[in-house]
Ligand binder design. Structure first.
Ligand code: ME8
Length: 474
């Protein structure tokens, strides 16, 4: 039976257009989706937008627009950006989709049926940018540590979820890696968070009207985080298309940034367990892209537009740079200067040069398909290292493995000096055929990362014809 691979990204807030931070997660997810498709797995790759709640309503109001009109425009911008970046998602969900709204109401109804909801009156501090309650002890100078803004004091009567009841089971699942939280330091972080006072989890809001109304109290709307998390199941037919749902759930991988760890690793599994559903198999948490050490963020206003970046430097350069420069999982600075350096060194000189050299040499011969030789063990090693890295979601290591093979090919050329050989000799033909085989393997390794470039290389090899430079120097 074909293995399935259900992969998700967060649904992004539609308060502003996407930026390189959000592009980072989607490029990473896209590489995994393409890699698993290449392995002939049945991949379902989900991305989308989170469109309800106070923060979005406020953003719409600021530009004198109705929320609906506002989110339509921004979600289109997300779609456009993903199209430019070659993000091969299978579904783009919007939390304002009718199917999603119906699924959310069904799920909330289930929670009520299971007796895990209670009503309470409370007063607490709320950061609309996080769309989360914050505790006084976590504030820095009275401000949210993520957004640098003072939280608002909210006093409401809401419905709450009996989170406490599920913390023990969630903890055990995480400890046993039945919910795999990676990298390991994030697993430890979650476990220590569970041991601290997490407070209650409100699942509704009284004064936020831009949202999905509760099925049993129309005056309240579903808390936007609960609404958003449920996209992972409504997108595959929760409460509507059981057979599709059962085919894909549980998710194989939720890919997220470190800012939303608590929601995904604690609240989400707890909500699922409460209704008798399986938790996700794995959650991978990556770090933040920063500019001069500061998080790139819509709220902070230091964003870079991925479309402009791609137009200027090329889509594959951007995709490559995002995953090559920073070890996935860690924070890292995004610098245009470094992007240019890597473009010139790794792509124009490294990859581009090799491809052009080999295709110039091969013009005179009819290349053979498979040639075993000196490069064969190097190719095998590169493939093995690459596979191990990518299965462990270590993108930069996977790319390093491919670049080691590029280096091996360069050394092989220097050693054999094909330009000194008689072009009609067997030796010349062998050397060039071997190089072509290796370059083809390199293209296949790079295909999930740089789909357009890989296609161009494979086409040139197939037609045995050199085309224009793959990466003109900047
Ligand atoms: O949190 N570096 O949406 P969001 C790396 N709607 N990744 C970044 C980043 C940066 N500087 N900035 C953003 C939300 N991201 C909720 C999610 S999911 C059920 C609901 C990426 O628009 C990263 O993946 O604030 C982060 O977790 C996500 O965008 C937050 O996106």
């Amino acid at each position: 039976m074909t293995k399935k691979f259900y992969l998700t990204t967060p649904v992004y807030y539609t308060n502003r257009a996407p930026h390189v931070g959000t592009a980072y997660t989607n490029v990473a997810a896209d590489v995994l989706a393409r890699y698993h498709r290449q392995k002939d797995e049945k991949v379902f790759f989900l991305t989308g937008t989170d469109e309800h709640g106070e923060k979005i309503a406020q953003a719409a109001k600021e530009v004198d627009k109705l929320p609906r009109e506002f989110v339509d425009k921004i979600s289109d911008e997300f779609k456009k950006t993903w199209s430019v970046l070659n993000i091969s998602y299978d579904k783009f969900i919007r939390t304002t989709d009718k199917e999603h709204e119906e699924g959310v109401r069904k799920f909330i109804f289930q929670l009520k049926e299971k007796g895990v909801i209670y009503q309470d009156k409370y007063q607490a501090l709320y950061c609309p940018n996080c769309e989360d309650f914050v505790q006084k002890k976590d504030l820095i100078d009275g401000k949210c540590p993520y957004h640098g803004k003072e939280p608002e004091l909210v006093s409401e009567t809401n419905y709450f979820f009996k989170l406490d009841k599920f913390l023990g089971p969630v903890k055990e699942l995480i400890e046993k890696d039945e919910i795999e939280i990676r990298p390991g330091e994030r697993k430890r972080e979650v476990l220590s968070m569970i041991n601290q006072d997490l407070g209650n989890l409100s699942i509704s809001r009284e004064k936020v009207s831009w949202g999905i109304s509760l099925p049993f109290d129309e005056k309240q709307t579903v808390y936007v985080w609960v609404d958003a998390l449920l996209n992972y199941i409504t997108a595959i037919g929760y409460g509507k298309d059981e057979s599709n749902f059962n085919q894909y759930w549980p998710a194989d991988l939720h890919l997220i940034g470190k800012d939303i760890l608590k929601f995904h690793a604690i609240y989400w599994p707890a909500l699922l367990l409460a209704t008798g559903l399986k938790p996700p198999k794995k959650i991978f948490i990556h770090g933040f892209l920063t500019i001069n050490g500061q998080k790139i963020s819509k709220s902070l206003g230091n964003t870079i537009d991925p479309i402009e970046l791609s137009e200027k430097y090329g889509v594959d350069t951007v995709r490559y740079f995002l995953l090559r420069e920073i070890s996935f999982g860690q924070d890292g600075d995004f610098s245009i200067k470094r992007l240019g350096e890597r473009h010139n060194a790794d792509l124009a000189n490294g990859l581009g040069n090799l491809v052009s050299r080999v295709l110039t040499l091969s013009e005179r011969i009819k290349p053979e398909e498979k040639t075993r030789g000196e490069l064969t063990p190097k190719i095998d090693k590169a493939k093995k290292d690459y596979q191990k890295a990518i299965e462990g979601i270590k993108f930069s290591e996977a790319l390093e493995a491919a670049w080691r093979l590029i280096g091996d090919c360069d050394n092989f050329v220097e050693k054999n000096k094909p330009w000194k050989l008689d072009k009609d000799s067997e030796q010349f033909k062998d050397v060039v055929s071997e190089l072509l085989t290796a370059v083809k393997e390199i293209a296949l390794l790079l295909k999930p990362f740089m789909p357009e470039t890989a296609e161009k290389i494979l086409k040139q090899i197939k037609e045995n014809k050199k085309a224009e430079a793959l990466f003109p120097r900047l």
